[in-house]
Design a binder for this molecule. Structure first.
Ligand code: PGA
Length: 250
């Protein structure tokens, strides 16, 4: 069976001390290895990235990621962080195109394409986030929409490059405190279509949006779902550890 990816983005949360405590706890509780068949990852804020990587230690079974990075390698881009800088701080993966960045920070299909290419060039694994809004879902356009976002961001990649990409399908209406989790029924067609296009070609297809301890197992049971990308439920270490347990016992 292929690896199951279970990861969390902390979004704009946690001080340095809180981030260190979480990472230290994760290291202590997991020991040297991840539960069999799982690939855990945590994505802190930039301010905590290096500290989290340091606390987890070299050779940790937990990968560390960045929530975003710029497509240019260096230069006059005030406030931005490059792929190389993220890698230097300890990231081995980078989130690209989360819906919050598309909505509030002008991320487009074009910028996600530039970022995916830059990440691959730098040896970082892109975690491409795609997802449609509630209106698109209501009118039955989910699969077309997300396939369009994915195709735009991954255009022109060779199979070897694609094999280093993770895709997280995160319907906008399912994300955050105003969201509701997608049902297995709602996810069947999107994952079927994503699987037909990218199954076995990318490193994994993940679901994200209001994942809880109550629905994680069911979500992991959906055909084509290789993992979960989690916000609130994993912001406390106990929640994340519990999710790993549930996924391992799946
Ligand atoms: P949530 O966030 O689990 O808190 O809904 C998911 C995400 O934005 O990736």
């Amino acid at each position: 069976m292929s690896l199951r990816w279970i990861g969390t983005s902390w979004k704009m949360n946690k001080t340095l001390a809180e981030s260190r405590a979480y990472a230290r706890g994760l290291r202590e509780r997991l020991g040297d290895g991840a539960p069999e068949g799982l690939q855990p990852f945590v994505i802190p804020s930039f301010t905590s990235l290096a500290a989290v990587a340091e606390e987890l230690g070299p050779g940790s079974p937990v990968l560390v990621g960045a929530q975003n990075a710029h497509w240019e390698e260096a230069g006059a881009w005030t406030g931005e962080v490059s792929m190389g800088q993220a890698a230097d701080a300890g990231a081995s993966l980078v989130e690209i195109g989360h819906s919050e960045r598309r909505e509030h920070f002008g991320e487009t299909v074009e910028t996600t394409r530039w970022k995916v290419a830059a990440a691959l060039e730098r040896g970082l694994m892109p975690l491409l986030c795609i997802g449609e809004d509630a209106r698109t879902q209501r009118t039955g356009g989910s699969a077309e929409f997300i396939l369009g976002q994915a195709a735009g961001a991954l255009e022109g990649l060779a199979q070897e490059q694609l094999s280093r990409v993770l895709i997280a399908y995160e319907p906008i209406w399912a994300i955050g405190s105003a969201g509701r989790p997608a049902t297995a029924e709602e996810l069947a067609t999107p994952f079927e279509r994503l699987g037909a296009e990218y199954g076995g070609r990318v490193a994994g297809l993940l679901y994200g949006g209001s994942v809880t301890l109550g629905n994680a197992r069911e979500l992991l049971g959906i055909d084509g779902v290789d993992g979960l990308f989690v916000g609130r439920t994993a912001w406390e270490l106990e929640g994340y550890l519990r999710l790993l347990e549930l996924a391992a016992g799946h």
